[in-house]
Design a protein around this ligand. Sequence first.
Ligand code: ATP
Ligand code: MG
Length: 685
Amino acid sequence: MTPGGAAYPWLDELNPQQREAVTHADGPLLVIAGAGTGKTKTLAYRVAYLISRGVDPSRILLLTFTRRAAQEMLRRAGSIVARGTSTTGRVWGGTFHSAANRLLRTHAKAVGLERDFTVLDQGDAEDLINLIRHDLGLHKQEKRFPRKAACLAIYSRCVNTAESLEHVLAHEYPWCDEWADELRELFKRYVARKQARNVLDFDDLLLYWSLLVESESAATELSKLFDHVLVDEYQDTNTLQAKILRGMRTGNDSIMVVGDDAQSIYRFRGATVRNILDFPKQFPGTTIVTLEQNYRSTVPILETANRVIAQARERYTKDLWSEKDVGQMPRLVTCTDETEQDAYVIDRVLTHYEQGIPLRRQAVLFRAAHLSDSLEVELTRRNIPYHKYGGLRFLEAAHVKDLVAFLRLLENPRDELAWFRVLQLLDGIGPSTAARVIDHVADHRNDPRSIASFSPPPAAEEAFSALAETIAQVAPMGIENPAAQIERIRAFYDPLLPKVYDNPYVRTRDLISLEQIASGYESRRLFLVDLQLDPPSSTADLAGIPTKDEDWLVLSTIHSAKGCEWDAVYLIHAADGFLPSDLSTGSEEEIEEERRLTYVALTRAKDFLYVTWPLRYYHKWYAPSDRHTYTQLSRFLTADVLRTLEEVNGAGESPGAPTDGAEPPFDIELDVAERVRQMWESYDV
Ligand code: ATP
Ligand code: MG
């Protein structure tokens, strides 16, 4: 008999298999089940159950794909346990990267870092690779050497898959095969440069953590921090993450992971579906729970989704069934062009809105961020509010990066990229002067205020002394509210905006948003860490939870829609070339991943599903000509799938009535930094 009944009446909200998982005794547990079967719900209830049984919340590690997902689950768990969210707030919840950041700061010494290391985002990491690429003269080769983004992608792939450079080149980047020696040298210097500057890139967070737990004694100590480890979306973890989890369960095998092999969509980042399939081998004695009832979608929607995934080459989870037996058949909407597609989608969104479905419970999904461009224009024209997830993130905007670079150089004055960025905003300062300023600061005990004694070129004198003055004001404010620091930096930076960029007004609004988010933080470091690791993915994230009268339509890439659900879903541009993306049709594996992406998109819908495609697509990059191509329906919508769809035209069709780590660092000496350097010395990674 499961403990529950009168003691935990909320267990009755679960089906027997879910309840089994929630009340599982210690030991490894794998929940492998299809979309919408309640995996995430089960995890949230498990957290609530553990806390109700007396587990200290701060000894639970809950790893999710985004911070938003962790917050939502903890909110759910908090509403179940009597003591509420103030208790669940103490759970270690977040992404692998944010947990890595917290642990590595506490144990910085053991991994050869200073506690105040800063984290490079993708763009910064590429810039650093580029600097070294130039130093090595690789940009001048007769045959073209891979560009910075490709170099970083290769590096990242080696690190995340724990495969040798040769293997990665041969299997994933055969056209770069001839550059193995140069790439190895480049990566060796990249690592040395990051270590000298006390910076880590995203992959390093996982790499250092995994190397830390390679030490048996460190792994034992870290494992002692947590009584329970729980992981959502396990199908999208990579080899390095699996290794970390094994290490983190040294001497304690209480771990629960949930996932769906049919929804694995991050192969391009090194995720491997083998992780979930091999979990029982990695953790002997694993209990496996499977779930087959889908609580999200209506029967007709599920039928379409089941038929799409039925064509997958390999699959572990079974077809899903649902009790939501009534509902409109999903529609396949053929439109003459994008304009018609936009009009159709907006018309349906408004119809459903009139029928009582708020905008935020409806979502338009697409394969690539730019595919919503024309829809966004039309929504704006019609005054329909929307928020977009995925694609260009707020933090990637140049002006936001400038301001963050200011904070970074104050936090870690050895962060040369941050200095480069800020210094080159000033008239009269180019890369060579910037490099001299950086050396000057290094020669003055890395005190950023020392720039006051640097003699800039005459053309830069005025701006330079204003910069020095700003830094002198802000540098001593490390522990004060970062919003106050941003305010002072803006007094210097805002007047530069019109000189450096177009649209200064819009950009200023972003900076005001940044200042507002910063006001929620006690220290600059915490603020920076959150920004780098869990960047807000849209302005909606910045605004927090919408109030009752706020409402907006959701626009999202399929990748960013993972784990979410909406009453009405519109999957647009369901044409070959977009779905699958023509960038991902090189190998059978890539096509399989695109199929799973389609499955993810379809299974987000609860009651209404529209799949639309324009027959003609105008290529904007040929503008102003009217060059267009005729498209074909997505290959995933086979005859078998079409039988489950109601086919309609986008025009003239009148749709029927829709039915900071507090733990003390342990005393273990490891030279993880040396291990990272050695990786590029020998031939096995
Ligand atoms: P995905 O694979 O898309 O991440 P999931 O398996 O994590 O989906 P959830 O998001 O946890 O599924 O649940 C899907 C929906 O089904 C939610 O609205 C959830 O509240 C509901 N649900 C799950 N289990 C039950 C249940 N036993 N009774 C009623 N509703 C349920
Ligand atoms: Mg889920």
